[in-house]
Design a protein around this ligand. Sequence first.
Ligand SMILES: NC(=O)C1=CN([C@@H]2O[C@H](COP(=O)(O)OP(=O)(O)OC[C@H]3O[C@@H](n4cnc5c(N)ncnc54)[C@H](O)[C@@H]3O)[C@@H](O)[C@H]2O)[C@@H](O)CC1
Ligand SMILES: [K+]
Length: 538
Amino acid sequence: MYLVTADEMRRMDRTTIESFGLPGRVLMENAGRGATAFFLKAIYRQSTGPVGVAAGRGNNGGDGFVMARYLCQKGIPATVFLFSPKDRIQGDAAANLKLLDSMGVPVVEIVDKAAFEAQKLLMDRQRFWIDAILGTGLSSDVRGYFKTVIDSINNLNRPVFSVDIPSGLNADTGQICGVCIRAQATATFGFAKVGHLTHPGRSLTGKLKVIEIGIPPHVAETIGCRQHLITADMLKNAFPSRQPTTHKGHAGHVLILAGSPGKSGAAAMAANASMRAGAGLVTLGIPKSLNPVLETMVTEPMTVGLPETDQGALDESAFERVRSLIEDKRCLAIGPGIGTAASTGRLLARLIEESPVPMVIDADGLNLIAADPAVLSRRKAPVVLTPHPGEMARLCGLSTAQVQDDRIGHARDFAQKHGVHLVLKGAATVVARPDGTVFLNVTGNPGMAAGGMGDVLTGLIAGLIAQGIEIFLASRAAVYLHGLAADRLESQKAPMGYLATEVMDTLPEAIKALMGENGRLFWPELDELTYPTRPAGE
Ligand SMILES: NC(=O)C1=CN([C@@H]2O[C@H](COP(=O)(O)OP(=O)(O)OC[C@H]3O[C@@H](n4cnc5c(N)ncnc54)[C@H](O)[C@@H]3O)[C@@H](O)[C@H]2O)[C@@H](O)CC1
Ligand SMILES: [K+]
């Protein structure tokens, strides 16, 4: 499912109108009619009463005029509060405003703060609000008079329904431009916008419905839209089917380099998560003094003690041993709990340059790369990086706040610049491919804000790659499954307090839910088999 930016939506509207020949007026009619149906279903059915339509001077306001007309036709009292002089409304919106006049729908012109104050009583009487003030045409922070209007509507504490996007929300980043409507539900047109599903936009949008308004689906491809939503549908066939004769060698062998004193748990979780992902075998390479501890912490994974520094971190001299360990592996994951010793950094750099198998790099591995991300261009095999916003900030030389302001943009830029796959963790994880294609994940919940979740994700991605799943697909499937497992725990257990190891242990259930029928092996039922009733020859 495509997620579009404001500019892409504008280009799609234009292509549909100019090349496809569908008039803008028809699009606006479809938008307003569809939005009304959703408003009645999602908001208005709870109770009844007068509806205030707050309209701006652009086409978003035009959609609001159409909605007011349909409400009036249904006998629902609607008043349009027009936050612009009537004579500044143009085009399709102006045509729809005229229709309101002829239908007798009241339109209250509010052109400045004084007029706004004068209408406060009438505004207070409205039981519901439709927000058609600003849509994808928002071009800067909302200030002054419009800011007061948006604040006042929020403060009325009435159910608010947004047309296309909550007014004040940046459609490209999900960031608030000065102030923003808090909607209970939003009807958007043609395609969901990136900002609807990126935080904080997601919580301001409320329940979202995409209304089909007549834009042909192929137009998204024509204009080169590169953002998508991760859906179960695109992942359900990701897992290679297992034959009755499949053995652990077929299911792939993962090598994980992890751990340092005080961080042996990270190594154990990453290794066990690869097993939970379905990898056939996992070998865990750790600093040798940690080997006795890890031997008792993990059961299924094998452990190998590697040369270490005086402080007990992985040492560069482990390189030859690791290189020989990689030979029969399908994926190398490195980073959980490895620390940031310079010698470990040199080991990592040499592995990036030499590893013939895909690498997943996480945690301290990312902090080590941050000193010289150019090493990534010398990789032999594909690389997946899994930073959280803080690690991403170090990789990009930015502040965490700057990364969070445009998560998709930074993830895409880094992936393109360094030719890597990048998983930017956090609410609505972003998965970017070296060509700049980006997918957004919406599974998961705030209960995941706990130590160890990242280690589990690293092991999960590696475990999926080891099973032969293409790297970008494996990365998307992993973030989806990781969130899905946590969502199960949240609904069955508690909103927080569940552990990373519990998420890990729930992964097989999440995989089963994702695979659906594809996950079942169809053995013949016993009564379908025919047995000789007596031994042959008797
Ligand atoms: N044919 C089309 O283009 C269609 C557009 N549609 C609607 O049209 C909307 C986009 O319409 P427009 O491009 O006219 O833009 P909007 O209606 O979103 O807003 C544009 C107006 O807001 C003003 N504005 C921008 N930033 C502001 C700020 N920070 N503070 C105060 N005023 C600000 C602009 O000067 C402009 O007058 C969509 O969100 C959607 O609701 C739908 O009707 C479907 C068809
Ligand atoms: K709006």
